[in-house]
Design a protein around this ligand. Structure first.
Ligand SMILES: [Zn+2]
Length: 308
């Protein structure tokens, strides 16, 4: 339980700008035959080749440090891009090796992907990330324990809070992890992503509308003392008009009184200091269907986590 989360002295809320540098990895993992599509590959490589440099210039102008989640395969393909991110003073986090689909994955296989991603970041950039974001934000129940075993400090893939919290990684191990929750409404994929045969909505929204929507969310999080976490993809939001709207958003958020604009790593380090009681997620088991008998572990109570 974490009903009285406080921010560092002088701050009443926090905001983090995060970038998932998926590049080719997410479409290759989804469908390996994507490799045969030259135009699709070019759409993805726009991220590390053009989008990341533009975003790095934007962040430098604004004096803001961000968190970049980089799949190991992206790091191997674009080592200079990863080094430029680090040289800009930004945080690099783990985002799988080939942005593998996580749904239904067994723990041993997932552990191999995690280790391969760690090895790639170590080889390319000499770093050991403290933060993880699951590809497609898809966590398995065994994922937190695998992360804790590898010394990760935080994850940012779950969707059940307005501010960071301490979570128990498994009922047995006694290990914990900081979770910094995300929200699909704060992901540029839903707003802008379009590629024939690959993406969902097919609607490319106006950056003016997106700026309005994200500013409203930031204002509300600021008023609530929450944590605004934006997730952008350089192959999407690195395009000119979208990056320009993003810069306006950064300016808006920076202007909010008492807003702490920083990396997820900094937010996690703070959360480690102030969160003491780990939250245990409720698991459901539905052994028979449609003759439903639902078991809860742990049972009711101890599952509410609200500010008041
Ligand atoms: Zn991703």
């Amino acid at each position: 339980m974490n009903n009285d989360f406080t921010w560092p002295q002088g701050h009443t809320a926090a905001a983090a700008f995060t970038f998932d540098v998926d590049a080719e990895s997410c479409v290759l993992a989804h469908d390996p035959t994507s490799a045969n599509r030259m135009s699709l590959m070019s759409h993805q490589s726009y991220g590390p080749r053009v989008g990341v440099p533009r975003i790095l210039r934007l962040l430098e102008r604004q004096g803001v440090h961000a968190t970049f989640f980089v799949p190991g395969f992206t790091a191997e393909c674009y080592p200079d891009t990863v080094r430029a991110i680090i040289d800009g003073g930004h945080e690099v986090g783990h985002h799988g090796y080939l942005h593998e689909p996580m749904k239904g994955l067994d723990a041993a296989t997932e552990a191999r992907y995690l280790d391969r991603g760690l090895d790639a970041l170590e080889e390319v950039a000499g770093i050991r990330p403290v933060g993880y974001r699951a590809p497609w934000w898809e966590m398995n129940w065994h994922t937190p324990e695998l992360l804790a075993e590898r010394g990760f400090v935080y994850d940012s893939s779950l969707l059940d809070g307005d501010e960071p919290y301490l979570m128990a990684t498994s009922p047995e191990s006694g290990r914990t992890l900081i979770e910094i929750p995300v929200d699909w409404a704060l992901d540029d994929w839903e707003q802008y992503a379009f590629y024939p045969g690959v993406t969902g909505s097919g609607v490319i929204e106006s950056p003016a509308k997106v700026l309005e929507m994200w500013t409203l969310e930031a204002e509300a999080q600021h008023a609530e003392g929450g944590c605004f976490v934006l997730t952008n993809h350089p192959f999407i939001s690195g395009r000119p008009s979208k990056a320009a709207a993003l810069e306006r958003l950064v300016e808006n958020v920076k202007a909010m009184d008492g807003m702490w604009v920083t990396t997820l790593g900094e937010i996690a380090a703070h959360a480690q200091r102030v969160c003491t009681e780990p939250f245990t997620h409720t698991r459901f088991e539905i052994p028979t269907f449609p003759d439903v008998q639902i078991r809860r572990t742990p049972p009711a109570r101890a599952t509410l986590r609200s500010k008041s």
